[in-house]
Design a binder for this molecule. Sequence first.
Ligand code: PLP
Length: 395
Amino acid sequence: MSADDDDAARHVCTRLAHLGNDPASNHGVVNPPVYRASTILFPSLDAYEEGERTPFDGTRYGRRGTPTTFALEDAVARLEGGYRSVAVPSGLAAITLTLMAFLKAGDHLLMVDTVYGPTRRFCESVLKGLGIETTYYNPIAGIDGCVRANTRLVFCESPGSLTFEVQDIPRLAAAARAAGVITAIDNTYGAGLLFNAFAAGVDISIQAATKYIVGHSDVMMGLITTTEETFLRVRRATAFFGSCVSPDDCYAALRGLRTLGVRLPRHEATALRVARWLQGRPEVAHVRHPALADCPGHDVWRRDFSGSNGLLAFTVHAPSRAKLAAFIDGLELFGLGASWGGYESLIVPFDPAAIRTCTPWPHAGPAIRLHCGLEEADDLIADLDRGFAQLAAAS
Ligand SMILES: *Cc1c(COP(=O)(O)O)cnc(C)c1O
C-alpha cells in the first residue's frame, strides 16, 4: 500500500492509518524513516540541472525538506483535499508566510476581527510597516462592502479564536472569488477533519499542526495547504524566508496523524458534556461553544462542520480577579497554559473585548477557555466542581 491507494471515499480513520506511508520504498518499514539531510547528491550534471529547473519540486537541498517532510506534506494535502501542503516551523509562521506570499506595499487585507491574537499583531506591526493596510471585518456580517480595488486577500478563522463565532465561508469565498481576491483560512479548529475548506471555495487552508495534528504538546509546526493555482506563490515565499522543519518533528506529526480520527471525537464528546454541565452551574453566566444554539454562526456550523473539538469558553457572574484566581488555582487536572490540541486538559483566562475592534462581546468579561483533553469527563467535571468550591469561598 502506498499513498496512491488513498481513497477519499473511505472513512477518515482508514485513510489516516495509511496516508504518507510507503513501505515498499523503505525496506518494508511501516513508518517513513527520519531522513536527516542538508546535502542532496545528484548522480549526473543532467540530473542536477533538472533540479535547477524545478526548484520547488522535490529534493534538491535539505532546506526544501527530505522524504520525511514530503510524507507529512503529502498526507496533510490529501487529508485536507488540497493540491499540496508546505510544512513550516509553527502555526504562526504558516499564517505570516501566507500573508507575505500574497501581499506587497499598497495592498489591502481583509482580516476577520475574531482572529488569533498574534495574527492581528503581525498585521499591526510588520504589515503596517510595509505599507499594507488591514481592515478588520465582523465574522458574522462578513465582507460585504469591504472589498476595495487594492484588496488582495481575505483572511478567515472559523470558528474564531477563543470565542468560536462561525463564519459563512462558502458565501465569503464566493464573494472574494468574484472580486478576484484570494481567500485563506486558519483552519486549525477543524484539524483537517471537521471542515472541508477547499469544498467551501477557499484557496489556502492553514493548520497550526502544533495543536491536534501533533496532539501530544511536544512539537511546534504549521502546514499550509493550497490549490494548484496558489501553490507556487506559497512555496516560493516559504523558500525565500528560509523556512524549514526538522525531520524529527515531521515524524512526530505523522505519528500524531495516525490517531487524530480517534482522538478528536473523544475530545468533542468530553467538551460537550462539560459545556452542558457548566450551563447548569449557578456561578456560570454564559457558555460559548459552536454546538450551542446561542453561539453566533451556530446554524452555519451545523450546515458546514461535521463536529466540534475539545474547546469551549465560559464567563462567570461578577468575575473578580480573586474569584478567577481561586477557581483556576483550585484545579488539579486542568493545567494553566496557552495552546490546546494535546491529550491533556488546559485552562486559560482571556478578555474578549480587548482582542477585537469591530465585533461586540455581549458578556461581562473576563472569560475562561477550556481545552478538554483525553481524561475521563467525570474526572474533569469533578475537578471543575472543586474549582467552583474555591471560587465560592473567594470574594
Ligand atoms: C495556536 C494557534 C496558532 C499558532 O500556532 P503555533 O504553532 O503556536 O504558532 C494559530 N492559529 C490558531 C487558531 C491557534 O490556536
